[in-house]
Write a protein that binds this ligand. Structure first.
Ligand code: ZN
Length: 297
């Protein structure tokens, strides 16, 4: 049964791919809107004194602690939800939406989506669609949906497969980040950049981890910030970072308020397809190679 399904899907994808190719002909170096062939690295927020906080891998009970801090400062953020976490913590998921944050899609079970997900399109769709079914009903109609790939792993063919689905093609993604990817120290031993999961792995206090985030945000003067909302110190980290940024006059936005992503929006039905300029990406997202022991799960 699965083989028959996969064959049918492959055919559908092949047809969709041909039509997309035809529409894009004559536009060498351009890509169609929707799911992109390359990870979207450019947020346009660097240098803008504007920050988009993004929280991956939740929800769980620690997400409530993050929500309390955000509520205290009246800041809206974006939460990249993992489907199996949402099903285990449905009330927390509801609470994120109720507080006015943007729900986004971070896959169903957080796998490394390599070539086996192209070989079996249904396997890829089953990583994206169940999460959509969890989050879309909690967002106002016509809310722009976003996707971030687990571990930043992405392949050209993923976009073709997902854009053939009438619901999933409404997504913008995969979205990367500007701040929060790694810990870096300077020669004197000061932490210049942080990555929260690595901070916790090193057993750093939230205050030390926050210094890395703050220094990187100040250097970049804004950006999409990668954090997680599922650790015991997640709330404390946000509580150390946010007030300092407010004090310095930073603005906070959700990803659906980032103008640089507008060009990836799915055109309305019946409107002609529009090819958009290449985001300037040079290849797939770097595969981080994070050791399994450091990962949230
Ligand atoms: Zn993740």
């Amino acid at each position: 049964m699965r083989k028959v399904l996969a064959a049918a899907l492959t055919l559908a994808v092949a047809v969709a791919g041909t039509s997309a190719l035809a529409q894009g002909r004559g536009n060498a170096g351009t890509k169609l809107a929707w799911f992109q062939r390359h990870t979207i690295f450019h947020s346009g927020l660097v240098g803008s004194h504007t920050v988009a906080l993004t929280f991956d891998d939740g929800p769980n009970r620690h997400t409530l602690e993050v929500l309390a801090v955000l509520k205290n400062y009246d800041i809206k953020a974006t939460f990249f939800i993992v489907g199996r976490m949402a099903r285990a913590n449905p009330r927390v998921l509801d609470e994120i939406a109720a507080q006015g944050h943007l729900l986004a899609n971070h896959s169903n079970t957080h796998p490394f989506m390599g070539s086996s997900y192209d070989a079996d399109p249904q396997k890829l769709i089953e990583q994206v669609k169940p999460v959509n079914n969890e989050i879309a009903p909690l967002m106002p109609r016509d809310t722009q949906l976003f996707f971030r790939a687990p571990f930043g792993a992405w392949r050209f063919a993923h976009a073709t497969i997902l854009n053939a689905d009438p619901t999933l093609k409404r997504y913008i993604g995969p979205i990367y980040w500007d701040v929060g990817g790694e810990i870096r120290m300077d020669a004197q031993g000061y932490v210049m950049s942080s990555a929260d999961w690595e901070c916790w792995h090193k057993r750093w206090p939230a205050q030390v981890c926050a210094k890395g985030y703050l220094r990187e945000i100040r250097r970049e003067n804004g950006g999409v910030v990668l954090m997680h909302c599922i650790h015991s110190q997640s709330g404390a980290l946000v509580a150390d970072v946010v007030p300092a940024l407010i004090e310095e006059g930073y603005r906070f936005v959700r990803l659906d308020q980032v103008p640089a992503y507008d060009k990836y929006k799915t055109p309305p039905e019946k409107a002609p397809l529009v090819a958009v300029a290449d985001a300037g990406d040079t290849g797939n997202a770097p595969e981080q190679g994070w050791p399994a022991s450091v990962l949230p799960y």
